[in-house]
Design a protein. Structure first.
Lengths: 304, 266
């Protein structure tokens, strides 16, 4: 296990930051960390990185419980991309890279150069003159060039253009193949779904478990004439496998515990113009976990 | 020494500018000195016509204007003891907090570098720059005094004055370092340090002007290391100097220990 966090708790005065956070990252694993703004993602990451003192809980990195004495050594093998990249504005990127190199004894200059080329870093430009995307690229190169075993990234693709995003995904996949563990927080759910082996959800400072993932749910979108909608509702009430129903722009979205026979029975008993079946996306899970309370739903308690 | 080298390079320009400025001012005063001294006792007698309070404020009641060290004790207390302190004060009060204020601290503290080492190298930078600053000023003064003196001056008094302004500078650097460690905003650290600079200077003026409050000079480095007093008494408070140096080390240790436990809110 590269990273194991148990019961991590951090308050800001009396205000809750995070509480009883448990998470882990293994070798060759990309773990996504998802939650809305203010949920506690950055607090968790900044506490793991030692910027904030935890009020309670244990952080183990590379099998060692982190304390002030061993953290310097541990940091040699950690790469970190902050959510907001603020490096030295009045310095050229190449100077910042040189400064960064000096912290590592066995620094592979060729690999660093390769990454600089790969991400097309504007080495001669002053940091203050860079776009937010280019700033992020500098941060990414500095998180990876010393060949860390564990990479922690807070919103790594914020500001990156699609081309560089793809480059980053490719690089992260290569790192995973080489045994590196990656823990990344993101708002881009499609990115997390595509990239991550596992997703951890955080809400109001607590880790939450989406039960829908475990239940093999399918998302069924039914388009029908408005007059048929009431009939549709009556019919689906008879199906205990249907755990949720949402009206969405004239369509009815059903979440159904998958059973092919029941599904055939369902479509035989309703009047529809079109019907699609999809695997549950991360976005659906996100909606399930973070949707406002007043959304028209049925059997919500069952899902949550 | 990665942090030290980085900071040294970044702060070299301001060190150079301040040195040019302070030495330039001193050069101007030193160049004027022979004309003051040439007037013989005329300038001294004219000075005695000024209000007593004015003479007390500048500590020039018993100054011999034909002696370049005495002349320096008058103007140097403003330019070297007070004004030149701004450089040291600004350097110290920004050295740690600026990384939090400008949010560059995450870059540094995510590297394999202990916070203890990080702060140690920052404080070392302040110490080294202060020493360079003060000794370059001292050497420049020595050169100028020798170039413009009208009669021999007491070298012992010269070094007493040099170590006096060093004491004032490191005392203010200490306040700067502690503020820089404890607060989160650079402006706050600057304000705190500036407040103490003003407070201690005003305290020394009160002690000079009002005899009833003369004891106050023992509470401020501007009083303890007053160049006018050094000229008058031909003595230097060694104990106070050692105390200030020890206080500086104690403050540095406090800053290191405090920063090791500090939350970094970048």
């Amino acid at each position: 296990m590269l990273l194991k966090v148990s019961k991590l708790t951090r308050y800001y005065g009396k205000k809750l930051g995070i509480e009883n956070i448990d998470l882990s990252v293994s070798e060759s694993e990309i773990v996504g960390f998802v939650g809305p703004n203010g949920a506690g993602k950055t607090t968790t990451i900044r506490t793991i990185m030692g910027f904030l003192k935890p009020d309670a809980g244990v952080i183990e990195i590379f099998g060692e419980q982190v304390d002030r004495k061993n953290f310097t050594d541990i940091l040699k093998s950690i790469g970190y991309v902050p959510g907001e990249v603020n490096y030295y504005d009045d310095e050229r990127v190449e100077k910042i890279i040189e400064f960064y190199k000096e912290f590592y004894n066995d620094f592979d200059g060729n690999y660093c150069e390769e990454l600089c080329k790969k991400f097309d870093l504007p080495l001669k430009k002053k940091f203050e003159d860079l776009s937010s995307g280019n700033k992020k690229k500098v941060a990414i190169v500095q998180a990876l060039a010393h060949k860390p075993k564990l990479v922690i990234m807070d919103e790594p693709t914020n500001g990156l253009d699609p081309f560089v995003q793809k480059m980053l995904y490719k690089t992260l996949n290569e790192l995973r193949e080489n045994g590196v563990g990656i823990f990344l927080s993101s708002h881009v759910l499609s990115e997390v779904q595509k990239l991550c082996d596992r997703v951890i959800f955080i809400k109001q400072g607590h880790i939450i478990e989406p039960r829908s993932f475990e239940r093999d749910l399918k998302k069924i979108v039914v388009t029908s004439k408005e007059s048929s909608n009431s009939n549709l509702r009556e019919v689906i009430n008879e199906f205990s496998e249907i755990v949720e129903l949402i009206d969405e722009n004239g369509k009815v979205v059903l979440f159904m515990k998958w059973n092919a026979e029941k599904f055939k029975k369902l479509i035989a008993s309703i009047d529809f113009e079109d019907i699609t079946i999809e695997d549950l996306s991360l976005e659906d899970v996100f909606d399930e976990l973070y949707k406002p309370v007043d959304t028209a739903t049925r059997n919500t308690d069952e899902v949550m | 020494m990665t942090i030290f080298k980085w900071e040294f390079r970044k702060n070299l320009k301001s060190l150079f500018i301040w040195l040019v400025f302070i030495i330039g001012i001193q050069f101007m005063y030193s160049a004027l000195f022979p004309s003051f001294a040439g007037e013989g006792g005329l300038f001294s007698s004219k000075m005695q016509l000024l209000p007593k309070v004015f003479l007390k404020i500048f500590g020039i009641e018993e100054i011999d204007f034909s002696n370049i060290i005495h002349f320096f004790a008058m103007q140097g207390q403003i330019w070297i003891f007070l004004f030149a302190t701004f450089y040291v004060m600004r350097l110290a009060s920004s050295i740690i907090v600026k990384e939090e204020d400008e949010k560059t601290v995450e870059f540094v503290l995510s590297r394999p570098l202990s916070r203890r080492r990080y702060i140690f190298e920052k404080i070392l930078l302040v110490t080294v720059n202060t020493i360079i600053y003060d000794f370059v000023i001292a050497l420049a003064l020595l050169y100028m005094f020798n170039a413009y003196k009208t009669k021999p001056f007491d070298m012992k008094q010269f070094w007493f004055i040099v170590f006096s302004y060093i004491a004032v500078h490191i005392f203010m650097a200490l306040i700067g370092i502690i503020s820089s460690t404890v607060v989160r905003k650079r402006a706050t650290a600057d304000t705190i340090t500036l407040f103490f600079l003003g407070f201690f200077y005003i305290l020394s003026l009160i002690a000079r002007v009002y005899e009833n409050y003369s004891y106050l000079k023992e509470l401020t480095p501007f009083g303890i290391f007053d160049p006018a007093d050094i000229i008058k008494t031909n003595s230097f408070n060694y104990k106070a100097f050692v105390f200030v140096v020890l206080l500086y080390f104690a403050g540095a240790i406090f800053s290191i220990l405090y920063y090791e436990r500090k939350d970094i809110h970048a």
